[in-house]
Write a protein that binds this ligand. Structure first.
Ligand code: NAD
Length: 333
């Protein structure tokens, strides 16, 4: 499948990698991003610079929350597929800057949904997050688990996005897939995430802050596996399903949720040891208590992903971290 695709947040970590992959697959990629300074905008510009020479790539600086600008965007050429990755990300920051989360992840996402409705796109895929599972779920996290205990505003806005998309899928028949990503890491990654800032600090000989005294587990997922999962899901638009065929009002919306995670949780202390080995340098650790908004463990059940597209992430953490460290040394050389 190929055609014209809109990627929001294309200067971001996952958006950049997805744009690069889809250009190679033959898509015409339209891209937007507001290039905000939540983390180093220079890194975002450097990612975009890798894409901008490609003849099938078009970039426009635009904020999702700019209703007029979004309307104009969707009044232009038709998008076969939309992938919404633009968001205010980060669990801890949502305690400090709550409004930016609602502006981008709720109000901005509504503008994406309205655009998809106006255009009648074939498939909307949108980034959700493992954080929607909150603190009270059994492990591994299944897409069938209840998700009504968000423990951060970030998680609440991501869950709100899922519910909004579900309602638009039901009302307007927009086939939609929510992507619950699990702790994504790799080259061109996000400096606000622990693996990145730990690398900076260990190399600089500074202590790394380790919360909950290291009693945490994360399902670290390598970027190429995330991209493979998303690329395979693009042609798999969900279909509406009859619940009771005799009652036309009973059809279920063309909507589904997928976990994309490595289904191999790793203890934070083990993660630090592997990173130390990749860097060839020991960490100084500052042990700290649990932070508000955090969950103790994440672990993806990927049964549905495997059944839908015959793929699940499987890059071992050591191999993925080694590739990140190699990129890091080249980039910051
Ligand atoms: P990122 O911050 O690198 O990318 C997001 C991009 O969106 C940034 O370039 C930013 O400038 C842009 N953006 C933010 N608000 C915007 C707005 N209002 N209008 C236009 N552009 C805006 O983050 P990422 O790691 O690439 O994450 C992509 C998506 O995946 C996000 O929705 C995030 O919540 C989700 N997610 C990421 C992870 C992870 O571990 N990286 C895990 C779960 C979910």
């Amino acid at each position: 499948m190929e055609g014209r695709i809109l990627i929001t947040g294309a200067a971001g970590f996952i958006g950049f990698h997805l744009a690069r992959r889809l250009l190679a697959d033959g898509w015409v990629v339209s891209a937007i991003d507001n290039l905000n300074d939540y983390y180093d905008p220079g890194l975002k510009r450097d990612r975009l610079a890798q894409l901008e020479g490609h003849p099938a790539f078009q970039f426009q600086p635009l904020d999702l929350a700019d209703r007029g600008g979004m309307r104009t965007l969707f009044a232009g050429p038709h998008f076969d597929v939309v992938v919404n990755l633009a968001a205010q990300a980060g669990v801890r920051h949502s305690l400090k800057a709550p409004h930016s989360y609602v502006d981008s992840n709720v109000v901005g996402f509504l503008n994406v949904l309205e655009g998809c409705r106006a255009q009648g796109v074939d498939h909307l895929l949108f980034a959700s997050s493992s954080s929607v599972y909150g603190a009270n779920n059994r492990l591994p996290y299944s897409v069938h688990d209840p998700v009504d205990h968000p423990v951060s505003l970030y998680a609440a806005t991501k869950r709100a996005g899922e519910l909004m998309a579900h309602s638009y899928a039901h009302l307007y028949g927009i086939p939609s897939t929510g992507l619950r990503f699990f702790t994504v890491y790799g080259p061109w990654g996000r400096p606000d995430m622990a693996y990145f800032s730990f690398t900076q600090k260990i190399l600089a000989g500074q202590p790394i802050p380790v919360f909950n005294h290291g009693q945490m587990q994360r399902d670290y997922t390598y970027i190429d596996d995330i991209i493979e999962g998303v690329a395979r899901l693009i042609p798999h638009a969900p279909e509406a399903q009859d619940i009771w065929p005799e009652d036309p009002a009973s059809s279920a919306a063309p909507f589904c949720i997928q976990n994309i995670g490595n289904h191999t949780p790793v203890a934070l202390t083990d993660f630090i040891h592997i990173l130390e080995e990749c860097l060839g340098k020991s960490a100084q650790i500052e042990w700290l208590p649990m932070q508000d908004g955090d969950v103790v463990a994440t672990y993806a059940d990927v049964t549905e992903l495997q059944q839908s597209v015959g793929f699940a992430p499987d890059t071992p953490l050591r191999a993925g971290l080694q590739r990140f460290v190699t990129w890091y040394r080249q980039y910051y050389g």
